[in-house]
Design a protein around this ligand. Sequence first.
Ligand code: NAD
Length: 357
Amino acid sequence: MAHEQSFLELIEAWDGSGVVVKHDELTGSWIFIALHDDTLGPMVGGCRMKTYACPEDGLRDAMRLARGMTHKWAALDLPCGGGKSVLAIPGPLSGADRRGLLHRFGELLNTLDGAYGTGEDLGTTPEDMRVVADVSKHVVGIHGIEGAPSDPGPFTARGVFAGIRSALRHRHGTDSLSDRTVLVQGVGDVGGPLARMISKAGGTVLLCDLDQNLAFAVSVEIGGSVVTQDNVYQTECDVYAPCAVGATLNPGTIPSLRCDMVVGSANNQLESNADADALAERGILYAPDYVVNGGGALAFTLIHQGQRNVAELDRRVRGIGDMLDEIFAEAVAAGESPLNSAARRVERVLQNAKNKD
Ligand code: NAD
């Protein structure tokens, strides 16, 4: 995507509390830490490592993701604020170069003195986070518990699965996956476990990934089918589950969609909020991304708070489905999109916290 705004214009338009920008000369990367809102507590959000067309796109991504984290924490009513970091790398980075960049990122985190804590996100791994933790204590979610996944992806997938069931209940009065087809776009840490859960529950799974071999391997494992990149938005299915990149719901794709509902983990699925109305006009039920993809954040926060019971963690993550039931019902009652109902819920939580101060 060609950049539309300069660094200065992006920062001028930013409604967050601040940004940290550093050029990493040794790797030619840019480090962006976007600090959005600390009303509910210290800002927490993952670290994305990705190659962008230009550095401005990396900063914009960090800002959008940080705002999404504010919404996610508030929707979950957890005591964290919204922040996010992006390591905009010029190309694939491995070995000593990768470790060096991660260490320097950790040192930059230390200068914030706990105002922001990071974790794994798209393009980074639990191992990367352990490297950051060599130099910084501001890494969250690396101390798992026995019997639970050591990365947030499977918990996030469980939350999305609960979200799919909620959307099915809302639309069809039953959350059975038999005779339902779910198209999972992105078969990574979230999409992979999600595809397995859907298949296990009797649903038909269609898979798409930039890495066709990966999509093919998982489809063989679970008995699904692969959809090519070109056909994702025209493929008929009950549920489209975006679990890869953001902005896949936009004026270019929405008119072609042949699904009844969109429920997935990707952050910032809508290119703009107007796309939620466009989906509603087409009769497509949209589960707000920051509500449905909160399972990993919720589980790791509970672990951090001392929760050690895996069944209890699962129960709390499945609660995301109950929350969506309420949001869908509120949207119908108010005659609005679920995005608006979710936003009002967030606003209520933030306002309550401000009133207590
Ligand atoms: P991941 O890096 O493990 O997997 C992403 C997969 O998507 C990869 O297999 C990649 O090849 C594929 N992909 C990338 N671009 C694609 C495209 N244009 N079309 C099809 N496939 C594409 O990432 P993840 O951890 O599974 O996260 C997926 C999404 O969910 C991201 O947007 C992430 O921000 C969001 N998310 C993840 C978590 C989590 O717990 N991991 C939590 C909340 C939100």
